[in-house]
Ligand binder design. Structure first.
Ligand SMILES: N[C@@H](CCC(=O)N[C@@H](CS)C(=O)NCC(=O)O)C(=O)O
Length: 207
């Protein structure tokens, strides 16, 4: 498999997933905001042919091209079924996994992305400064919903580490970096999961 990505982005989810499974891969660093003529630029025509939005991550597995981080980690997990990083057998476990993955993307991550979009990612004319306050409000609401979903569980679902924990830990890492208010429980969750050998190896690759 070939993974295109960059540091401090959702690419880390995919890289960490690859390291958890032990699947051999090649990592290709991509640069944002550089001259499109640069072969590593996200705007280079060869990269745009893979990822039409010029975003990261992109995973290429044979003829398959994936450009959504959650779909990428799921695909990696399914390519390594023995890892059990993506639930596949029990319908209840699969449902809980789906719920957590969709919750992370739709509720927990969105306020972080809104913050980023309205601080630097959108063209200046499209930025609305008040969105930062709204994002902080929405994030704390999502955190309360997560408290409810998790109860006293140590993992995102059930009693073992899954790809949902990768998304959860990386999303809280992002929240901490963006200076959102993160309860101690989730600071600790991020620390615990980022100490996994696979996460540490992924950090060396992406640095
Ligand atoms: N929904 C996509 C979002 C990908 C995305 O927005 N990636 C950011 C970095 S984390 C990016 O490439 N931004 C550059 C841009 O928006 O041009 C995913 O989860 O993979």
């Amino acid at each position: 498999m070939k993974l295109y990505g960059m540091a401090q982005s959702r690419s880390f989810r995919a890289l960490w997933a690859l390291e958890e499974t032990g699947i051999p891969y090649e990592y290709v660093p991509i640069k944002l905001l550089t001259d499109a003529a640069d072969s590593a630029s996200s705007q280079n025509p060869d990269y745009l042919a893979l990822n039409t939005q010029g975003k990261v991550p992109t995973l290429v597995d044979g003829d398959l091209i994936l450009t959504e981080s959650a779909a990428i980690v799921n695909h990696i997990g399914r390519r390594a079924p023995k890892s059990r990083l993506v639930p596949a057998k029990d319908a209840i476990e699969c449902a809980r996994y789906d719920e957590m993955m969709f919750f992370i993307l739709a509720e927990l991550e969105q306020p972080l992305w809104s913050n980023g979009k309205h601080r630097f990612a959108l063209p200046e004319a499209q930025r609305i400064p008040q969105m930062l306050e709204t994002a902080a409000f929405e994030f704390s609401k999502a955190v309360r919903a997560l408290d409810h979903l998790l109860g006293t569980c140590e993992y995102a679902i059930g009693d073992r580490f899954t790809m949902a924990d990768i998304l959860l830990a990386q999303t809280f890492n992002w929240a901490i970096r963006f200076k959102f208010e993160v309860p101690e429980r989730y600071v600790e969750l991020r620390e615990r999961h980022y100490q996994r050998p696979a996460a540490m190896r992924a950090m060396q690759v992406i640095a």
